[in-house]
Design a protein around this ligand. Structure first.
Ligand code: S3P
Length: 426
């Protein structure tokens, strides 16, 4: 399905942001490692998280939905050998984190994915998990991954990347190892795994912001609720900041410090942003975020900022085209390994609609403020965040954009268009 963008006169009103993708994956996976029944409230409707659920069912878990977002998982004591290969769809989080779990199981399994996921690098998890004693066969370090699981050795892994998927895969494997497994990272990546494992009474210790250790343990079944996804909220935040006369409140957004880099960037760029009603949901900090149309200035985004906003960079690039001065994004070369090469797909297509933007190996440089022309077709490259970023750009382009295969938004955010329509006045 193609989508032709429309300009907005303004965005006003309140929306409740749908559940966090990263946290939803973790609730289901960790529930599967308990020996009990876990109720999960507000689980993501996105295709990625449903790939995780399907895999857990193939591994013997009972998954019962009470509404389309509330479910119960009963792992029935232990995961069981699957009868067929496990389909991760488009979801890197499913493939990398499930590899950590499957590495420690006394059976063999095979994970595969769609065309985009089959091109993404898996050496980052294959190397440490192999060091722990798991055996992988793979296609030049890409999916499909055939995993021979079993007893694992504890390791100390100095990860070259600040990646929560890598950290989580090694820590999960560490639950099935013979001692203390430690992961050290160059910068702190998102810490949902650590928070949730602690809540489920795992034997886990955060030695520092960039070092975590775990011992073999069994998780305690406890009910969990998923807060709203700041990575989804980002599209609404940027839309309200760049469309004149806008003022919106985005409710129930997870604002965990390891994910809230975009809020700091908004503040540095001079955006009108306020956090209201700050509270806690299942150990995760949550707030309502008020954003209004803003006079913006450029900023530099680098180093420790990057893991705190890695998924938001495509839409931050759109924001930066509307800021006076220069925005520099660097140290973000891993963006080339996401659902698409996001540096290349975002820069080339923003340039094609009149942005003053330059591609760098590890990021981009954007000079603003520019008027965006439009009038072209956008190739999403099967990437949900590219589709949504250009929807937001299309709110202010001189001519509409035709976004091809817009249905890729369903990967993370099937409610996107409905929520946008709710607050857009055209
Ligand atoms: C995720 C971690 C990040 C992020 C991805 C989700 C997670 O990936 O980009 O969308 O849930 O752990 P990396 O770990 O590769 O940085």
């Amino acid at each position: 399905m193609d989508y032709k963008t429309k300009n907005a006169k303004k965005l006003t009103g309140n929306i409740v942001i749908p559940p966090d993708k990263s946290i939803s994956h973790r609730t289901a996976m960790f529930a599967s490692l308990t020996k009990g029944v876990v109720n999960i409230k507000n689980f993501s409707k996105g295709a990625d998280c449903h790939s995780t659920l399907k895999i857990l069912q193939q591994l013997g878990c009972e998954v019962k939905f009470h509404t389309d977002m509330d479910l119960t998982i009963n792992a029935k004591n232990a995961l069981k050998a699957p009868n067929s290969d496990l389909d991760c769809g488009n979801s890197g989080t499913t493939m990398r984190m499930m590899s950590g779990i499957l590495a420690g199981q006394p059976f063999n399994s095979t994970l595969f994915g769609d065309a985009s996921l089959s091109k993404r690098p898996m050496k980052r998890i294959i190397s440490p998990l192999t060091e722990m004693g798991a055996k992988f066969s793979h296609n030049n370090y890409k999916a499909p991954l055939k995993i021979t699981g079993g007893k694992l050795h504890a390791i100390t892994y100095n990860s070259p990347l600040a990646s929560a998927q890598v950290k989580s895969a090694v820590l999960l494997a560490g639950m099935f190892a013979d001692g203390i497994t430690t992961v050290n990272e160059p910068y702190q990546s998102r810490n949902h795994t650590e928070l949730m494992l602690k809540y489920l009474e795992a034997d886990i210790v955060e030695n520092s912001l960039t070092s975590t250790s775990i011992r073999p343990c069994i998780l305690t079944p406890k009910d969990m609720e998923v807060c709203g996804d700041i990575s989804s909220a980002a599209f609404f935040m940027v839309a309200a900041a760049i469309v004149q006369n806008s003022e919106i409140i985005i409710e129930n957004v997870g604002v965990n410090h390891t994910r809230s880099g975009i809020i700091d960037v908004f503040k540095r760029m001079g955006a009108n942003i306020e956090l209201l009603n700050e509270r806690n949901i299942s150990g995760e900090p949550v707030a309502d975020i008020k954003v209004s149309y803003s006079d913006l200035k450029g900023t530099t985004i680098e180093g420790a900022d990057i893991p705190r906003l890695i998924d938001e960079i495509p839409v931050i690039a759109v924001l930066a085209t509307q800021a006076e001065g220069t925005t520099v994004i660097k140290d973000a070369s891993d963006l080339r390994n996401k659902e698409s090469d996001r540096i290349s797909t975002i820069v080339s297509q923003l340039k094609a609609i009149g942005a003053d933007i330059e591609e760098r190996p590890d990021g981009m440089i954007i000079n603003g403020k520019t008027s965006l022309t439009g009038g072209i077709e956008i190739d999403t490259h099967h990437d949900h965040r590219t589709a949504m970023s250009f929807y937001v750009a299309g709110l202010i382009t001189q001519q509409p954009l035709l976004i091809k295969e817009f249905e890729w938004v369903n990967t993370s955010f099937p409610e996107f268009q409905e929520l946008m329509s709710k607050i857009t006045k055209d």
